[in-house]
Unconditional design. Structure first.
Length: 330
């Protein structure tokens, strides 16, 4: 059950957190020293590099002509209310919104597929380990899981990239689709997309799956000591019924929360994976924006990541009340 009072309070909190994120997203990129106009348009040299008229015009167009940060911040908030995130310096003259719209689907596909597959594989594995607690498979797999969980995403990606794309050359090294190819059908295009996504998605699955498995294992072990589980054993119910309907069904609740929240965080966590595989998502774009001091694009991407995390937390609370009738949000 979700009360209107809770919804109002939660939406207010989300608005305050979002405002804080927007403020940080504005000021943090501006800590970077340098001149964005010179870095993006004239950094490579050329006849216009010494033309002060061109520099002044572009500085004004990019909204950097007023050195007062508070004024720039005010203008940023005004434009944000109208849905305008500004013009990208690096992808000039494209707007930040158009750049994000082009690349956000790739990140959502990569992060969503990796998280969901990791949960679908990790949760059953955790159930298996909990049911065989203390056995050799439990000890070996749990130890391996803790080891893998401590390895950064990008390191796993480097290993997969070297082994499967360089040494064996089974999968492509980079990009989301083949370059300069004309596809005969939509299915051919989708097949090429999936082919290029194997290594990036595998990187996320390998990095995330042990965490879900270990959490499910530990939660289920705790649940199996509850009175209703002992009662089910005393009644002589089949083991598979106790495992799946009683223990796993209740142990999966906190894991579901973890998976839902992780969907928001993985959008940010996939940044290094995208950069490693030159995958055209927000992560790869963010690195280009940082290198070129593209303030508007950095702000826009950070804003999307922040909103994904905030929204994921809210959705998880809503889902939790549906899968567990005992929870009441008032």
């Amino acid at each position: 059950m979700i009360s209107k009072r809770y919804l109002l309070r939660r939406l207010t909190n989300m608005a305050v957190i979002a405002y804080g994120a927007i403020t940080l997203n504005f000021f943090l990129p501006r800590i970077i020293p340098g001149n964005p106009v010179m870095a993006n348009l004239f950094g490579g040299g050329g006849g216009q590099i010494g033309n002060p008229v061109v520099v002044r015009r572009l500085t004004q167009e990019f909204g950097l002509n007023n050195p007062n940060l508070l004024y720039q911040y005010y203008r940023y908030l005004v434009e944000l209310v109208h849905g305008n995130l500004g013009i990208s310096f690096y992808y000039y003259p494209q707007s930040v919104v158009s750049v994000i719209v082009q690349r956000l689907p790739w990140t959502l596909f990569l992060a969503g597929s990796g998280t969901i597959l990791a949960a679908l594989l990790g949760i059953p594995l955790g159930i298996f380990l909990a049911w065989r607690k203390g056995t050799l498979p439990d000890s070996l797999i749990s130890s391996a899981g803790m080891l893998i969980s401590s390895i950064p995403y990008f390191w796993i990606g480097i290993v997969l990239l070297i082994f499967f794309a360089v040494d064996i050359t089974i999968f492509p090294v980079a990009h989301a689709v083949s370059q300069g190819v004309t596809y005969s059908s939509v299915f051919a295009y989708l097949g090429d997309v999936l082919y290029h996504a194997v290594l990036p998605i595998s990187t996320l699955v390998i990095a995330l799956m042990p965490g879900y498995a270990l959490q499910m294992r530990n939660t289920m072990i705790t649940v199996m000591h509850e009175d209703y589980i002992l009662t089910a054993f005393a009644k002589g119910l089949p083991n598979h019924v106790i495992k799946n309907r009683y223990a796993a069904r209740n142990a999966i609740l906190p894991v579901t929360t973890h998976v839902g929240i992780a969907l928001g965080y993985v959008v940010g966590g996939a940044l290094m994976v995208e950069y490693l595989f030159a995958y055209p998502g927000l992560g790869y774009t963010l690195f280009s924006a940082i290198q070129s001091e593209d303030y508007p694009l950095m702000q826009g991407i950070f804003l999307i990541i922040s909103l994904c995390v905030i929204f994921a937390n809210f959705i998880v609370d809503m889902i939790y009340t549906l899968i567990d009738p005992r929870v009441s949000l008032t």
